[in-house]
Design a protein around this ligand. Sequence first.
Ligand code: PLP
Length: 350
Amino acid sequence: MTAPTPLAAVQAEFHGGRRYLAACTLGLPARATLAALRADLDLAEFGRVSAADYSAVAERARGHYARLVRVAPSAVAIGSQTSVMMSLLATALPDGAEVLCAAGEFSSVVLPFVHANRSLRVREVPLGQLAASITSRTAMVAFSLVQSATGDIADAAAIRSAAREAGALTVCDTTQAVGWLPVTASEYDATVCHSYKWLCSPRGVAFLTVGEELARRLSPVHAGWYSGEDPWSSCYGASAQLASDARRFDVSPAWQAFVGAEPALDLFAGADGEKLHAYTAGLADAFRARLDLPPSQSAIVTWNDPDGVDLGRLTAAGIVASGRAGRARVAFHVFNDEADVDDAARALGR
Ligand SMILES: Cc1ncc(COP(=O)(O)O)c(C=O)c1O
């Protein structure tokens, strides 16, 4: 096994992070991503790009992501939005089944079940009560590992254990986690992740991991030419043979987005996940201390800001932050440092 890339080398890949506290909204491109996208444009200008080369890039991206979340590439499907992947996962459920979600959850995790048009019953409870609310009537619990609106981290171990006892499926959206919080995707029946935030990729590169048992229960409702066992012989007609592994759930890749994503995913897959976690959560907890908030080990910090005054102060100080659901929100990624903590705290008069 190769040694992990030192944190400093990962940090050296980014140079625009100063006062950018918004990885939870969208990540910054690494130098390698910029170089790959520029090289692709240069080739495209003269018609020197090809579908086969783009497919090779997408397959490498799948491999990097698999390494990152510690599953085999055969358990990973590619696509472009988590909501589409959730609508695929809904096909495992019988009509009228109960899906348990966290109140205030990001809508891409919830709405695909609400609008599945099969009378699925979505029950929402506070995040902290998810595990205790799973009953024998719960068919699936679908939740984000880290909440978009609050930065709260779900008690995933308790949720998995309660779900196992009740026979419910666990579906975890790791979009706000993978890239700073180590994730082992095989611990869930399925996970979905969009890589344009913490994995610093262009928008349109999302991943689904699915265990074999759940995979057997899913209908490949988004099947197309790229879902074939051999995509190049499934371009025409109804008789194409779909892939035997999770690739049958692939949606054909957004080529240029994968070009930018591939080196970024390689970068994060090669990094030391524990060190990334300690660094990003450490900055966030240092900022929390300045705001007199208790530590939480989440790289996303939010606080009540109903009229947007604090967000306005951060923006006026040249800091890129965000506001969600009446809360101000800042995120600390590998490209941030103590100076960002200090700037943001000072902007708020702390
Ligand atoms: C938890 C979570 N999942 C998914 C997404 C993106 O959704 P989609 O992939 O459907 O665009 C976001 C964006 O903020 C998010 O916070």
